[in-house]
Design a protein around this ligand. Sequence first.
Ligand SMILES: [Zn+2]
Length: 200
Amino acid sequence: MPLVIVISGIIFFLLLILFIIRYGVIKQKPEDELENQSIIHTSGIYSIVRKSPRENIDAIKPTSEEISQYLHDQTVDIENNEVTEQDKRILLSFWHKSLDNAINEIEEGDKRGIEFYYYDFLEEDVVCKKFISKGHYITRENIYAHPELIPPFHLGCKCILKHHEGTEVTPDTAKLGLRPFLQDEELLPALPNWKHILKT
Ligand SMILES: [Zn+2]
């Protein structure tokens, strides 16, 4: 008789443990799923807003080799000014410096949650003039969707990217001449051909 009670006790105890495990698993599952969803959601936003364009820029912009190869056969710029070997070296280093500056501006902006950038010019730029004006702005989302929007746009390009503080373009900023560069978020506007040379 005591043996039956002991065995019954063990069985009851085992069933109790099984019940607790089962109940615990069912109760826990939705919480796990919720947690996973929020991680994916967060990482999704992170990848759009914070991913530096530096990693993929080589697929968009010509490389040093391509530029050097192209410059090798060139003798004049778009305004028919002579392009010497020294000019070519300057054009190449200026290209890299400009691109690096533009990406730095975006990376620094990302640290502070900057959402708007606008184009400005170091000097008059007869190549870009036909496409972009000072004050044309693009959003961080535009840059993510179209990294082609990052200057420089051609050899000797004087276009630079500047961050704009604030999370919206208000009538005040519109007064400063800020206006959207993209008429359609999906469509990349025409941009200069990188092979156009503008000597400094
Ligand atoms: Zn330009």
